[in-house]
Write a new protein. Structure first.
Length: 447
């Protein structure tokens, strides 16, 4: 029996190259090694999420001058979609590498790619120089960046989970997943500051480049951390027999049903995200009653609060159970998110709008809290990065195509009703997918 086939309660064999006392090596976790891996997973996910949401917030005020005034919404959506479509490819490429050659080395390569592609976007000439070529270059770089982003969390998060003690995985998951709204809030705050100190022409000419330079610097700092910080692969990985084709095992082998269940659940979460973050931001700005600074402030407030609720839900899942927590999050989202979204556009009072935007973020995306731990527990060590990466990223594809199916749906149902319907669908998919899965080992060693 290989390590990947052992039951969840079986000890993971140790290896001569394993750090003493590492999880799975027969002793308590080595504090220093565990802390380094956990910090790397949390910090790396912050960098990933910062890079993912950069075009949504930072390019919106400059999109007319950067890409041209025609089809603004479609162009902005295309840039965002390019990133999301690159991520499944990155997971498919880097996940098997992380399973075969190691999580840490794979993470370093992915972080280098994130830093380089983000830096190159900051240096792209504007529309007045390249015309439509500016959009083409940005889309291409965002696609490449998405590939490297998909590779980073495919390797870094499973590594952090393998180093974490079982009773702390939920808290670690909530902390790591909360980096997404926290990064979004950081970008919103940065853009709000730039819009406050720069005139629109200056922001469109060069101000938008500063957040991309910051994103490249953050990725470079995390790369330095992984190279110099002594982050090591876990004993769980070093002591597990390597599969020659881990991706095939996940897609077509013994783990294909687990993958299908995860894809259903994660499709719901991504649909909730796309409707409550980029779609909401575009709708608020398109309504004409709020300027770019007001929209940035509202999104900053919403994402900052949801970071806290995401962390809390991850921690709660250790005692309440991952499956029960995810099902409850889906039910709440299906009921409350559509109503809250509709309420955002029924009031002209800015404080009330801010509260409703915050409420929508909380009910729509807090379900991510337990996801990091749940996906790590759902797949055994030998295929964990492949299963985690593909399950987390492939589910992005259909929700990411919303710029193409949302407009005809809005023409049929109405602008607000269509978004509300997709929010409800996202909650239903999340609850159903979670209910179809087993209870995972919240208090047991990883399989």
């Amino acid at each position: 029996m290989t390590a990947a086939q052992q039951p969840a309660h079986a000890p993971v064999p140790s290896s001569p190259s394993s750090p003493a006392g590492a999880p799975g090596a027969g002793g308590p976790p080595h504090p220093g090694a565990a802390r380094r891996a956990v910090r790397g997973g949390i910090g790396g996910n912050y960098v990933d999420q910062f890079d993912i949401f950069l075009p949504v917030v930072a390019l919106a005020p400059a999109s007319a001058d950067l890409f041209g005034s025609d089809a603004l919404a479609a162009n902005a959506g295309l840039v965002f979609v390019a990133t999301l479509l690159g991520r499944p490819l990155g997971a498919a490429l880097f996940g098997p590498l992380a399973d075969r050659i190691g999580r840490t080395s794979t993470t370093r390569v992915a972080l280098a790619g994130v830093a380089l592609t983000t830096l190159l976007i900051a240096l792209v000439p504007g529309h007045e120089v390249l015309g439509a070529g500016t959009l083409a270059i940005v889309v291409a770089l965002r696609f490449l960046g998405g590939i490297f982003i998909g590779g980073e969390y495919t390797s870094a998060i499973p590594l952090a989970m393998e180093w974490s003690a079982p009773h702390r995985r939920g808290l670690l998951s909530g902390t790591a997943m909360s980096m997404s709204p926290l990064a979004n809030a950081t970008i919103s705050a940065l853009v709000l500051l730039l819009l406050s100190v720069l005139d629109p022409a200056s922001y469109s000419a060069w101000g938008w480049r500063l957040p991309f330079l910051a994103g490249a610097a953050l990725a470079g700092a995390m790369l330095w951390y992984y190279r110099r910080g002594g982050v090591a692969d876990s004993a769980a990985w070093t002591g597990t027999a390597k599969r020659p084709r881990p991706l095939r095992d996940v897609l077509f082998g013994a783990h294909r049903r687990a993958l299908g269940q995860v894809l259903l659940m994660m499709t719901g979460l991504w649909l909730l995200t796309n409707m409550s973050v980029p779609t909401l931001a575009t709708a608020l700005q398109g309504a004409g009653e709020l300027d770019a600074r007001a929209v940035s402030f509202m999104m900053m407030c919403g994402t900052a609060v949801s970071a806290g609720t995401m962390l809390a839900l991850g921690h709660v899942s250790t005692s309440a159970g991952r499956r029960a927590t995810l099902v409850a999050a889906g039910v709440v989202a299906a009921v409350a998110a559509p109503v809250t979204y509709a309420g955002v556009f029924t009031t002209s009072a800015v404080p009330v709008t801010v509260l409703l935007v915050v409420a929508l973020q909380v009910v729509a995306v807090s379900g991510y809290g337990p996801v990091g731990a749940y996906l790590a527990e759902r797949f055994p060590t030998a295929v964990r990065s492949s299963g985690y990466g593909v399950g987390y990223s492939l589910s992005i594809v259909l929700p990411a195509l919303y710029p193409y199916y949302l407009p005809p749906l809005q023409a049929a149902l109405g602008e607000r009703t269509a978004v509300a319907a997709l929010l409800c669908l996202g909650g239903v998919l999340l609850a159903t997918g979670a209910a179809l899965g087993p209870r995972t080992g919240a208090h047991a060693p990883l399989p």
